[in-house]
Design a protein around this ligand. Sequence first.
Ligand code: ADP
Ligand code: MG
Length: 629
Amino acid sequence: MDFLRLLARNRLAFAGLIVMGVVVALAILTPILPLAPPDVTNTANRFQPVLSEGAWLGTDHLGRDLLSRLMWGTRLSVAVGFAAALIAATLGAGIGIIAGFYGGRTDNIIMRGIDMLMAFPYILLALAIVAALGPGLMNALIAVAAVNIPFFARNIRGITVGIAHKEFVDAARLSGMKDARIILSEVLPNVIPVIVIAMSTTVGWMILETAGLSFLGLGSQPPQADLGSMLGEARSALITNPHTSVVPGAMILVIVMAINLLGDGVRDALDPRLKSGALSRPMPATKVDRKTIPDQGENAGDSLLNIRALETQFHVKNRVYRAVGGVDLQVAPGQCLGLIGESGSGKSVTALSVMGLVASPPGVITGGAAYYKGEDLIGAPYQILRALRGDRISYIFQDPLATLHPLYTIGDQLAEAIRVHHPVSRGEARARAIDLLKSVRIPNAESRANSYPHELSGGMRQRVGIAMALANDPDVIIADEPTTALDVTVQAQILSLLNDLRRERGLAIIFITHDFGVVAQLCDHVAVMYAGRIVEHGPTDDILRTPAHPYTTRLMACVPELGQGRRELAAIPGLPPLVDQLPAGCAFAPRCDMAHAACKTGDIALVAAQTGRAVRCLTPHNTPVEVGT
Ligand code: ADP
Ligand code: MG
C-alpha cells in the first residue's frame, strides 16, 4: 500500500500504471470479447478505412479485422515481452548471484563468458540465434531473453559481491547454514528489489526487440498476429493505406512509453532513501525559515558559541517533527558543556543545526540563532559556513568508520582536511598530519599514517576522528557521542585526551552523550535535554549533587555505580514522546510520578533556580541526593 501511494505521487508513473493496467486487462479479456476472428481472410473487403461498418479500425491487405488483430497481437507481444524479461532476469540474476557469491575462479569463468556475449552487437546476436534455431515466435523469445541475460548478470553480480562480504552473511555461515540456504535466505532478498527495478526498466525494451524480430519476419509467423508482424505486413501499404501501420505502431508506442514511465516510478518508489524526502538531493546548508532573530542575550558574556532559542523541525509530507524546540546553550573558551538526554531527544539535531548540517529536505530551522564570536551562523551564506566548517568549528561523530573514506589512507585524509582550509604544501600537510596522530597518541604515527581505516581498531579510528577535528586548531569542537561505541578503557583515554586538549589549547567543547558518568568526568556544565528542549541546566557538580528536574533524577538513577553495593537500577517507565505529537505542558509529565494537572497545560518556562542553574519544572526537587564526593 505504501508502495502504491509512493507510486501515485509520481503522476507520470501513475498514468503509466493505468495505461498498462488497461492494456493488460484487455489482453487478458481478448478471448472472451466479441471480436471478429483475427485470421479469417476476406479479400473482397481489403483495406477498409478506419470506422467502417463492422470494422472499427478498418481491415488489412487480406481483409482481416484490424481491431481484432490488434487485440490478439497486443496480447501476444506483451506476453512474449514479459516472458523474455522474466527468463532473462531469472537466468541473469542466477548467474550473477553465483558469480558474485563464490567469487574467485568461478566468477572469472562465468563473467568472461558473459563478456563474450556482450562483445557482439545485441541485435546481431539475436539474429544469429534466430537464424540458428529457425524463425518462429518461440525462438524469437529465446533470442531476446538470451541477449539480455548479460545485462542482468552484470548488474546482479556487482550487488552480490557487496553483499557476500557483509557481516550478516558471515553470521549465517558461522551458524552452519549451507551455501544454497545462504543464497536463498540472505542474499536473494537483498537483490530482489534490484532485479525488479532492472526488469521494470527493460520490459519495454524487450517488447520492442521482439517486435523488431517479428517485423523482419523472424518472429511470429503468418497468419498469427503480433505487433511487429502487423507492422511488417503493413509496410508495403504504408503510403496508400497508412492506417494499417499506424494502428500497431501507435500501440507499440503507447505500451513502451507506459512501461518505461511505470518502470521509472517503480524504481523511485522502491528506493528507501527516497521515501522520507522529495526526489531531491540535500541542500549544502539546512533550510532556514525564521520569523524573528533573537539577539545575543544579556548573559552572553565571553561565550564563544552562543545558541539562542534554536528550533529545528522536520517537515515530512504534512507532518511536522519538532526535533529541537527552542534550545539555549553557551560555551566559553576552555569550557566543556555536556548535552545529555535519551536517544531521540534531539541532541544530534541541535549540534548539526549550528553549522547548517541537518539535511534539507526534510530539515528546516524555524527559529533561533547561533552566534559564533558575535556572528550569527544560522542562515549565513554557504561560503561563510564552508569556511568555518572543520576549520573554526569542527565535529567528531559517533561512528568513525562511516566518516572516514575507506579508499584513502588516514594520513592523506588528515592532510586533505588541512589543505581544504590552508594553502600548505603536501609535505607540510603530511608532517602536520603525523603530528596530529601523535597528539592523539596513536603509536608509530609515521607508519600508521599510511594505514587505511579498516586496518585500525575502533578506538584508533575514533582517535583519527578526533585528530581530524583538531586538524585546523579549531575554537569549538562538537563531539556527538564519540565514545559510545568504545570500550571503557579506550573511552577513558579519549576523555582524558579531550580534557588535556581543552586545557592546553583553550578549546570549547560541546560533548553530547547519554552517559552521566562521562559528563561527570569531562564537563564543567551540563544541559539535560528531553523531547527537544533543555529541562535542566547548570554546573555539573551541582546538578550531580542536587538534581532539580525529576527527569534528571531518574536519568541519574539509571547509572550503575561501582563499589556502592547492589542496588535496583530504576529504569524510567514509558518512552519519550513522539516529536510530531508532543503533549501540551511538560513533555515528561506522562512518565513523571510528581506530575499533577498543572503540568499538562500551557508552556512551562525554563526558570533560573539558584546561581547558574535553571530548571523547567513546576515542582523541582530540592532534596540533596547523596553522591559520593
Ligand atoms: P539524539 O538525541 O539521539 O541525537 P536526534 O537529534 O538524532 O536524537 O533526533 C531527534 C528527533 O528528530 C528524533 O525524534 C528523530 O526521530 C527526529 N529525526 C531525526 N532525523 C529525522 C528525519 N530525517 N526525519 C524525521 N525525523 C527525524
Ligand atoms: Mg544522536
